[in-house]
Design a protein around this ligand. Structure first.
Ligand SMILES: [Zn+2]
Length: 107
């Protein structure tokens, strides 16, 4: 018996509830709050360690601000392993592999 690789059967953006809804191919459906997804953005720009010294205090303000206002604009499947999330503030470098998404706490 070979287990099928984990992957979504669909990717839905629920705008009224501000959720990303992903039914997986193992029968589980996960719902993620947009805010939580944005805070978990795996891109290099968002993953800068908090402990790193800030060269310019203004950059801190710049980094913290988008997470509060961003709304999910769209989602694009990348290859067959991940989804790229597009945010209304223009941020689109976050690529979320299936396993990473599945490991995030659902809404
Ligand atoms: Zn990011």
């Amino acid at each position: 018996m070979q287990q099928a690789a984990l992957r979504p059967t669909a990717i839905r953006i629920d705008k009224p509830r501000q959720l990303l809804v992903i039914p997986w191919n193992d029968g589980v459906t996960s719902e993620y709050r947009w805010q939580a997804l944005r805070e978990a953005c795996p891109c290099a720009g968002c993953r800068t360690p908090d402990a790193a010294p800030a060269p310019d205090p203004l950059q801190l303000v710049f980094k913290l601000k988008p997470a509060k206002v961003a709304k999910l604009e769209g989602a694009e499947v990348v290859g067959n392993y991940a989804v790229r999330l597009l945010w209304t503030d223009g941020h689109k470098t976050g690529i979320y592999p299936w396993e990473y998404l599945r490991g995030l706490a659902p809404a």
